[in-house]
Design a protein around this ligand. Structure first.
Ligand SMILES: [Zn+2]
Length: 209
């Protein structure tokens, strides 16, 4: 079993800067047991230990099973805290694996965006098609009541899809969630990486790569 106690006064494999004042002297512990099961445990720190959830938001934890891919935040996600991927404990000298992981996350978000754009296109054509059918249907009625009914149906289809599905907002939400994951893997950096930084596997602020 391997154990890492993390904090400003601990001997974790990488240095937590003294400026990270939200990190306690002994803040959290990561253990890797002989079966390669990882556990993260908060050591009663006042500012808390967090992991990034699937939706990108931070979740405060006291004791939780993690994987090498887990993004850990000690003390909060700002300059006073410190954040890193769990696997960085094993490779404190380089960030290559972390950058590959971030690149995979970005690729998944791009796939999601593509799917969402396809969906938007289908919905747009579906709505237009249904409205057109209702409109054409209305032309075959000599009875005004029937004509009105079909015209109403046509408008209703447009209004309902307009209210239920907003492609611009759906796209914006995916992009916002993606940004939450695009954090530099260097514990002390806190830079948000651009698409180019991720592609180049490099952080321009702290020079991590
Ligand atoms: Zn950086």
């Amino acid at each position: 079993m391997t154990e890492y106690v993390l904090g400003r006064e601990c001997e974790e494999p990488f240095v937590i800067p003294q400026s990270a004042t939200a990190v306690s002297r002994q803040h959290a512990r990561v253990t890797i047991d002989d079966n390669k099961n990882w556990t993260l445990e908060d050591l009663g720190s006042p500012n808390g230990t967090f992991i990034r959830g699937d939706n990108g938001q931070l979740v405060r934890v006291s004791r939780v099973s993690i994987t090498p891919d887990t993004f850990i935040v000690l003390g909060g996600e700002n300059v006073k805290g410190c954040s890193f991927y769990a696997r960085h404990l094993l490779t404190p000298k380089n960030y290559t694996e972390d950058f590959y992981h971030i690149r995979d996350i970005k690729e998944n978000f791009e796939k999601r965006l593509n799917r969402q754009e396809k969906k938007a296109k289908y919905i747009k054509w579906g709505t237009t098609g249904l409205s057109a059918i209702a409109l054409i249907g209305s032309m075959f009625f000599t009875d005004p009541a029937g004509t009105i009914l079909f015209l109403r149906l046509s408008s209703l289809v447009t209004v309902i899809t307009g209210l239920a599905y907003d492609p611009i907002n759906a796209r914006k939400k995916i992009k916002e969630q993606e940004t939450l994951f695009m954090q530099c893997p260097n514990p002390a950096c806190h830079n948000t990486l651009s698409a180019n930084d991720v592609k180049n596997l490099h952080c321009p602020r702290c020079k991590a790569q």
